[in-house]
Design a protein around this ligand. Sequence first.
Ligand code: PA5
Length: 466
Amino acid sequence: MSTELISYDLQGVLLPEHGLTADDLPSLASQLDSARDEVLADSKLWAAGGAVSAEKQPLDAGFHELPERLLAEYREQGAKSEVGRILATADELAAAVDRVVVLGIGGSYMGARALMEACCHPYHNELPRAARGDRPRISYEGNNVDNGAMQGLFDLLANETDCGWAINVISKSGGTLETASAFRILLAKLRDACGGDADQLAARVVPVTGTSGKLFDLATALGCREIFPVPDGVGGRFSVLSAVGLLPAAIMGLDIVQLLEGAAAMNEHFRTAKVGENVVLDYTGVCHLMEEKRGCDVRLLSTWGKRLEAVGLWYDQLLSESLGKQERGAMPLTVVNTRDLHSRGQQHQEGKRDKIITNVIIAECQSEAIAVGTSDFNQDGLNELADKTLPDILTAATRGTNQAYREDARPTADLLLPRLDEHVLGQMFQMLMLATVVEGRLIGINPYGQPGVEAYKKNMNAILRG
Ligand code: PA5
C-alpha cells in the first residue's frame, strides 16, 4: 500500500475581492505554531497523567498519540495486544455469522459507517458472501429511535438462521438511551435465535465501552468473551481510531494496521511541517481566516464521489460538537457532487457569501474506467462523447465547478487524496481531528466535551421516567 500523504491546495482562496491574499496565511503562522505547541503539550500532559488546570477541563487529548501507542503494542505483543485481539475477534465473528449489527450513536457510530462507505465494496451488503471477502454484512441500529427501522431490521434478522448474526454494541458511557434500548431489544431477539444457549449468546455479543458503567456491567453479566475499551481521555467523536472504529472495520475486513499507520504518518507531518506546507495548520488557518476576515462561517466539505459522504458526516459531527460552543463555531455542511450540484449548487454559486468551500478530490480512480460508448440510438447526442469515461466526466465537472466559483470570486480550496484506502482514511481522520483541536486552541474554545448535548438527554429521561 502506498504511503503518499494527503495535500492541501489553497490557490482557489487567493481571490482579489472575497478571498485571502498571499500574505494572510504567513501572517498567522506564529499563532498557528503556538496553537500546535499547545496541542502537543496537551497530549504530553495527558499521557503523563499530569494535573489539568480548571480552564482546560475536560482534556480528552488521548486520541492524539493513540495510533502510535496501539501500533507499538501490536509490534511488541502481537496477538496479545489490543489490535491483535481485535483482529482475532473480528475473524472469529466473521467465520461464525453472516450479519453483524453495529449499535452506537454519534461518535460511537459515525466512524464505522464512514469507513464502510469509503473502503468497502459500494454494494457490500448485497454481494454474495465470497464476493464480500467472506466477511459478514453490516447493519446499523441504536443510532436513532425509529420503530419502523427496527421492525425492518427484525425482518432481515429473521432470515439469518442458526443464530447466524451477532451484535457489536458500542457506547463509551454505556448509558446512552438510544443505544441501550436498541441493545436490550436486539439482545432478546438474539437470545431467542441462540435458543437460550448462554455460551453462544456470549460469543455473539462484542461490546466496546468504558472501563466501567452500565454496559460494562451488562457485558460482564452476559459473560462476553471480550470487552474492548474506549480509552480514558478519548472522547466519542475522537474515538474512530480506537476499538470504536477499529473493531467494526476489522469485521468488515479492512486493514486496521494501515488505518493506524496512516494516522501516525499524519501525526508526524503535523509535528514537523511548517505553516505553508502543513496540511493541518494550513487547512485550519485558511478556514479561520476566511471566517474572521470574510465572515465565511459556513464550511462546506464538497466531496467528489459518493464514497466520501459518510466521512463528511463524521466531520460534521466533529466540528459541530467540538467548536459549536459559547454561541460561536462555524457551521459544517457536507455535500456530494455531482449529486448536490443539482440541489444545493445554486445557492453555493449565487447565494450569500458566507461559505468557504473545501473540495475533497480523490486523485486516482481505483476501479476500471467505464466509457459512455457508442450507440445506434443517438437521440441523446452522446456519440460525440463515446470515448469519455465516467472519471473524465467527474473531472470535467470538478474543474468546471471550480472555474465557475472562481469567476464569481467564490473561495475554494482542495484537499487532495491520493487514493481512497485505509492509509489515506487514517490520515484524513487524524488530520481533521487535529485541525479541530488546533482551531479550538487558536480561538480559545475547549474542543473537548459536549455539554450542550446533555440538555435534551436530561429532559427526555425526565419525561420518560417522570
Ligand atoms: O462525541 C461524543 O462524545 C458523542 O457524540 C458520543 O459519541 C455519543 O453521544 C454517544 O455516546 P456514548 O458512546 O457514550 O453512547
